[in-house]
Design a protein around this ligand. Structure first.
Ligand code: ADP
Ligand code: ADP
Length: 237
């Protein structure tokens, strides 16, 4: 589903973000990328949907190279990828439902979405998505009235409304308390199981990774230092 072939990324200032990274993630996997701060987790995740360009190598999603994609092909590829960030990336003053509907933007002409004119089916999809993460009753609240955990569930719902085939979550629980952390990780794992959405989550705690991952990829200084089943991952990953 996601393949890295000899991928390297050097930032303009000369910092090596990724060094010759190779792996293959299968459809339906729940992969956790583990590494300390600065190890290259964000760099890796951001390379997948081309939030930035890699310096060398190729990234394949499904059966297509995203590295070579241009124009409409790139937009279509990105539509399949839902992103979840540490800081939720919601439009704070907007309603929850509008935030979730923003996941539908790529399916319509720009003019329609500027005016917030979404078809009824989209609204139903958005409400279903909110229902799946148990916050449908917050649909018409303002996003910034919600707790951190609830806001992160809204961003998961946005990825679901987007009908993403892949979810990439960059430190999704780093700003949440321990209980909420579990709830958000539970939601991500449940959705992965129920809908078969391939999920890649960046975490800096190996313990949390162990409880949720089907597979762990360890990264250190831009290099893969472990790739395998959870049982084989040691604390030094
Ligand atoms: P993380 O939680 O991944 O460690 P950081 O706080 O390192 O995040 O990075 C926050 C932002 O700053 C990101 O957009 C990242 O690309 C950028 N950044 C991180 N390190 C550097 C650096 N050495 N030089 C320039 N920008 C950086
Ligand atoms: P992680 O997500 O594991 O914390 P990052 O991918 O953010 O790690 O960072 C990997 C390395 O790349 C670090 O050395 C970081 O300082 C550097 N880096 C990240 N973003 C930038 C940037 N925009 N410019 C320069 N260096 C960066």
């Amino acid at each position: 589903m996601i393949e890295f072939k000899n991928v390297s990324k050097v930032y303009p200032n000369g910092t090596a973000g990724l060094k010759n990274v190779n792996f293959k993630i299968n459809k339906g996997d729940f992969v956790v990328i583990v590494g300390l701060s600065g190890a290259g987790k964000s760099t890796l995740l951001r390379s997948i949907n081309r939030l930035h360009e890699i310096t060398e190598g190729e990234i394949i999603i499904g059966d297509k190279s995203i590295t070579a994609a241009r124009g409409k092909a790139l937009l279509r590829a990105r539509r399949d990828i839902g992103m979840i960030f540490q800081n939720f990336n919601l439009v704070k003053r907007s309603s929850v439902i509008r935030n979730v509907l923003s996941g539908r933007v790529g399916y319509h002409s720009t003019i329609r979405t500027i005016f917030g004119l979404f078809p009824k089916r989209d609204v139903e999809l958005a409400l279903d998505a909110l229902d799946r993460v148990n916050i449908k009753e917050k649909a018409y609240s303002r996003a910034d009235e919600l707790s951190g955990g609830q806001q992160q569930r809204v961003s998961i719902a946005r990825a679901l409304a987007q009908e993403a085939k892949v979810i990439l979550a960059d430190e999704p629980v780093a700003s949440l308390d321990p209980l909420t952390t579990r709830q958000v990780m539970d939601d991500l794992r449940r959705i992965n199981k129920e809908l078969g959405i391939t999920t890649v989550v960046n975490l800096h705690f190996i313990d949390l990774a162990r409880d949720y991952a089907t597979r762990i990829i360890g990264i250190r200084a831009g290099e893969i230092v472990f790739d395998g089943p959870v049982e084989e991952a040691t604390d030094s990953v």
